[in-house]
Design a protein around this ligand. Structure first.
Ligand SMILES: Cc1cc2nc3c(=O)[nH]c(=O)nc-3n(C[C@H](O)[C@H](O)[C@H](O)COP(=O)(O)OP(=O)(O)OC[C@H]3O[C@@H](n4cnc5c(N)ncnc54)[C@H](O)[C@@H]3O)c2cc1C
Ligand code: FES
Length: 312
């Protein structure tokens, strides 16, 4: 399995052109990559033209804002569910599957920023829900917070294969999720179900034994007790993949889990894959390099902004 670079997730958005254009490192536009010819496959408004109209300046980047915590719920030992009041525009922007924000304790510096997926959006009442599993230094820093959080967003590259989700209509979809990766799955499931797709779900509750999907979606949970790393778990998946005739498969779990399951998917043709982006995302703006992965030619890809395609 190799990976290939696809579109910049921010191309054509209100955050494009960005710092990368000013630094001659645009992901999409060759002219903004120190070349003197046009060779992009971007079908939206020309990024170079936009940059020219802006007098060779980037658009304003995302800013931090302090938002109120409307509700803080503890689930089990180490999971917190926050309901956050957001401006209306931000709630609308975060409805896209794959959306995430950075959250931070307001008393700490920017390097405590934590990328966290959006689980649910209520656009009428302007709030979002996120689920945070407490692990190490960054997540410990927000564990006792119950009044406000600093947030930065919207960001959209929390899933790879977004194109498959956006095109899906009347499809049979299988969601395979483990642990807290159920959170980004929920936004994607509700999006697919609004577009008339059928969604079956296999949940491995993971070490935290959480089952969020039943609570936040109307999807059909077909299994929720298997360990997906076990032979029994893999056998169960093969059976469903064979019997279910799925056209779209979503895997929400660590890169290690994804690698394990990709080997199974190789035996099935025509499966469109959607995967959670589990890279170490730090700035989210394509600058710091924390999220870099390499394509087959060893060229670095900044996965916080770039959609990645997995090839057999
Ligand atoms: C796009 C995106 C969306 C995300 N969405 C969510 C979300 O919705 N909810 C959520 O909870 N998280 C989410 N994450 C992950 C979250 O950002 C990280 O868990 C968080 O940044 C970890 O920071 P930390 O300093 O608390 O933990 P770190 O210390 O950096 O730990 C990171 C990972 O290492 C593991 N780890 C740490 N210490 C040990 C150890 N001693 N032994 C074995 N393993 C260990 C942890 O289990 C964890 O998986 C998302 C990440 C990305 C990139
Ligand atoms: S997270 Fe900084 S470049 Fe991607």
């Amino acid at each position: 399995m190799t990976i290939e670079r696809d579109q910049c997730i921010d191309a054509g958005s209100e955050y494009c052109p960005c710092y990368l254009a000013e630094m001659n490192c645009c992901i999409t536009c060759t002219r903004l990559k120190n070349k003197d010819y046009c060779d992009c496959n971007w079908r939206g408004v020309c990024i170079y033209q936009e940059y020219h109209y802006l007098n060779y300046k980037k658009k304003d980047p995302r800013q931090y804002q302090e938002v109120n915590i409307l509700q803080r719920e503890e689930v089990g030992n180490n999971l917190l569910i926050f309901t956050l009041k957001t401006p209306h525009t931000l709630a609308r922007q975060l409805k896209q599957p794959g959306s995430y924000i950075f959250i931070r304790n307001r008393n700490l510096e920017h390097y405590f920023d934590i990328p966290i997926s959006i689980m649910e959006v209520d656009e009428s009442n302007d709030y979002i829900k996120i689920a945070v599993e407490i692990h190490g230094v960054k997540t410990q820093s927000i564990k006792d917070i119950n009044d406000t959080l600093l947030i930065r967003g919207p960001y959209w590259n929390g899933l790879f294969g977004l194109e498959h989700l956006k095109k899906a209509k009347n499809l049979k979809c299988l969601f395979i999720t483990r642990g807290v990766a159920q959170a980004p799955a929920i936004l994607a499931i509700n999006y697919l179900m609004r577009n008339n797709n059928e969604v079956d779900v296999v949940i491995d509750p993971g070490k935290a034994y959480i089952k969020l999907i039943e609570e936040y979606t109307k999807a059909n949970v077909i299994e929720d007790g298997y360990d997906l790393y076990s032979q029994e778990g893999k056998g169960m998946l093969r059976k469903h993949l064979t019997d279910g005739k799925y056209q779209l498969v979503f895997v929400g779990g660590s890169d290690y889990l994804q690698e394990n399951l990709l080997k199974i998917f190789e035996d099935y043709n025509d499966l469109n894959l959607v995967l959670t982006n589990n890279k170490e995302i730090c700035c989210g703006e394509g600058i710091c390099g924390a999220c870099v992965v390499y394509d087959a030619d060893g060229i670095p890809i900044r996965s916080c902004k770039t959609q990645i395609v997995h090839k057999k």
